[in-house]
Design a protein around this ligand. Sequence first.
Ligand code: G3P
Ligand code: MG
Length: 249
Amino acid sequence: MTSPADWPYPRWVAHRGAGKLAPENTLAAFRQGAALGYRAFECDVKLSADGVPFLLHDATLQRTTSATGTAGERPWSELSQLDAGSWHGRQFAGEPLPTLTGVAAFIQQNGLALNIEIKPTPGLETLTGRVVAEHAARLWAGQSMPPLLSSFRPECLLAAREAAPQLPRALLIDTLEAGWFEMAASLGCVAVVTNHQLMDAALLARVQGAGWRALVYTVNEPVEAQRLLALGIDGLITDAVDRFAPAAG
Ligand code: G3P
Ligand code: MG
């Protein structure tokens, strides 16, 4: 069971580090979200070939960087040289892929909260869950607000629990498949994060009735945000950082 003291996270969470007005999963995006008043951020973390946790949504590089191919097959020495900003706009040319270490520093220096989505290169679920959790535990040691670790992949959360059982975990759910509730329970999750279209009063009651928090992604329309807030949702992950003022949530 969780209590309010166990849940220090703001209700509004900027998706991919506020990656709409600035390139997703870069520090430029985090800076943009913070400037708009966001106090909590979600980002996607995977491993370089030599085990460095860094931010990238896709398994491949071509959509959001100057390179192509599978990101997880390259060492950090190569990934760190890529341009992760030009695809979004010329003003972001040269914006690098951030490491989890760099993001931790930004988050902590600014008193912010972080939701780390463990987004493994396919086939590396257990390794990624373990290494990301080990880094997160070390980077946030002694901090009052630990990062929330989430994943669509139970193997990631299982490995994270074994590596850093003290860090809070959340199961991400895109469709309500049989066994989701038991899976979240067996992983010792404190929250469930669903596609917003799945969330209704019955599901919210099931999640909160288990003592978990209920969060949703990715809410970009005001009418939908109002529906979810009226239900009593605990967290909304949004791209629309220029539309929703987080203090109003
Ligand atoms: O963590 C919630 C959300 O980010 C999951 O979807 O594909 O944007 O990582 P995706
Ligand atoms: Mg994500």
